[in-house]
Design a binder for this molecule. Structure first.
Ligand SMILES: Cc1cc2nc3c(=O)[nH]c(=O)nc-3n(C[C@H](O)[C@H](O)[C@H](O)COP(=O)(O)OP(=O)(O)OC[C@H]3O[C@@H](n4cnc5c(N)ncnc54)[C@H](O)[C@@H]3O)c2cc1C
Length: 406
């Protein structure tokens, strides 16, 4: 059996693993990417997928850099110009408008499948990248000098730098004995595609209910993708309801903001868990994306953080390679960890804080929330600052995520 040697082996070709593969292989790093499921292109006439992501400006910039953005535009994306957030227990609300910030849009809602296929399309063009897809791992052996990867088809690969981009239940993380700080949000996110009687007005809507946030995200055909996060008991009730009752509950909890709900697709539900790996790196190993952290979807940041992980790790590795340093050494990899752990921790703490603040129906909390939302809404500068951070326009961004103008 011949063992093929790679500079970097990436396990997991989801949105984050594919992005990292492109960023490294376009710079002549010899990469192997192992992905269990073959990405499938979308038929333009197919119904909208249940899984979508709100893509920030910085993520868009990374996708542009690796020439995958056009592939997404060629399929289907929905740019949104406004965002409206309000509290169910009072009058508090906050409204963001792209034009007020001098932007062409606040972000884009894109089906995960569209993102993944457009990235995959770029990956197959890169000669420094070998795709093992669809392919299952059978064993990971981590030694002092690197990693040996055994594939289900009998192939054997080896590398000095193994990257886990294999999602929340990462096998790479387990094989490296990296523990995870974990707590359940005790909520499930219900997702579906919904057609309402009124157009979404290219706006992302989110209403904070005491049982969790309900978002209507705009899609290109005028329909919306909903992400309804609710405490487990309420979510189970909603999932068990006959369609007409579910629609009634949805209209009521969304205050009929987009009129009547005319149809709803099948539902899917995801238990929400906050996870943060105790270490992102060891000598010869790094974690990116959901393998390193998962957060509540209320601000639509999970994949955006993961793409920034990929961009930061690529920048650190390329800088090391270009200055003759070892890309797999702990001192190189720690630079990536220091950079991204700080940013990810802030975002995770904010999401937990938001969930606690908005999930509390006591009058005192309700007052703070509503006054707070209205005050921020009136403060032009603070409001812009919050939004620019959330959009990925500010902060310690990797070079490929920065743009001089939108
Ligand atoms: C309801 C909901 C809504 C969300 N909305 C948003 C949003 O609007 N914006 C946003 O930024 N984020 C959002 N997120 C979060 C986002 O979906 C995740 O952060 C993102 O999918 C993580 O990408 P990833 O590539 O790290 O991991 P994954 O998407 O989990 O990909 C991991 C990949 O690894 C592969 N894999 C796993 N194990 C193996 C193995 N042993 N061998 C080979 N391959 C393997 C899998 O097949 C998969 O393709 C949302 C999450 C939820 C639950």
């Amino acid at each position: 059996m011949i063992t093929e040697q790679y500079d970097v082996i990436i396990v997991g070709g989801g949105m984050v693993g594919l992005t990292l593969s492109c960023l490294l292989a376009e710079n002549d790093i010899k990469v192997a990417l192992i992905e269990a499921q073959q990405p499938v292109d979308l038929n333009a006439c197919a119904p909208y997928e249940l899984r979508v992501s709100a893509i920030s400006k910085s993520t868009q910039q990374v996708f542009k850099h690796i020439a995958a953005w056009q592939g997404m535009l060629n399929r289907r994306v929905c740019a949104y110009q406004q965002m409206h957030v309000w509290d169910a227990t009072g009058e508090g609300s906050i409204h963001f408008d792209a034009a007020e910030m001098g932007l062409d849009s606040i972000g884009h809602i894109i089906e995960n499948r569209v993102i993944q296929f457009a990235l995959y399309e770029q990956c197959v063009k890169l000669t420094s990248l070998k795709l093992f897809c669809p392919q299952q791992l059978s064993e990971i052996k981590i030694t002092d000098t690197g990693s040996e990867i055994y594939l289900a088809d009998g192939n054997q690969l080896s590398t000095r730098l193994l990257v886990g981009a294999d999602g929340a239940h990462s096998k790479v993380r387990d094989a490296a004995n990296i523990s995870v700080n974990k707590s359940a949000y005790k909520q499930k996110a219900i997702v579906a595609v919904v057609k309402s009687s009124l157009h979404h007005k290219d706006t992302a809507w989110q209403r904070f209910l005491p049982s969790g946030p309900l978002a209507f995200l705009p899609l290109g055909n005028g329909a919306c993708s909903i992400v309804w996060s609710a405490d487990n008991e309420r979510a189970d009730e909603l999932l068990m309801m006959p369609e007409a009752e579910f629609i009634q509950a949805l209209e009521r909890d969304f205050e009929g903001t987009l009129g009547r709900v005319e149809s709803v697709s099948q539902l899917a539900a995801f238990p929400l868990v906050r996870r943060h790996a105790d270490e992102y790196v060891k000598a010869g190993l790094a974690l990116v994306g959901d393998a390193a952290h998962t957060i509540h979807p209320l601000a639509g940041q999970g994949v955006n953080l993961g793409v920034l992980d990929a961009a930061a790790l690529a920048e650190v590795l390329l800088r090391a390679r270009n200055t003759g340093r070892d890309i797999a050494s702990l001192s190189t990899l720690r630079k990536y960890e220091r950079w991204r752990r700080a940013d990810n921790s802030i975002m995770m703490a904010s999401m937990s804080g938001f969930k606690k603040l908005f999930g509390n129906s006591q009058p005192g909390f309700s007052l703070i929330r509503n006054v707070g939302l209205n005050v921020v809404d009136q403060l032009g500068f603070a409001k812009q600052k919050i939004m620019r951070q959330a959009l990925g326009l500010e902060g310690d961004l990797p070079e490929v995520a920065r743009s001089t103008g939108w």
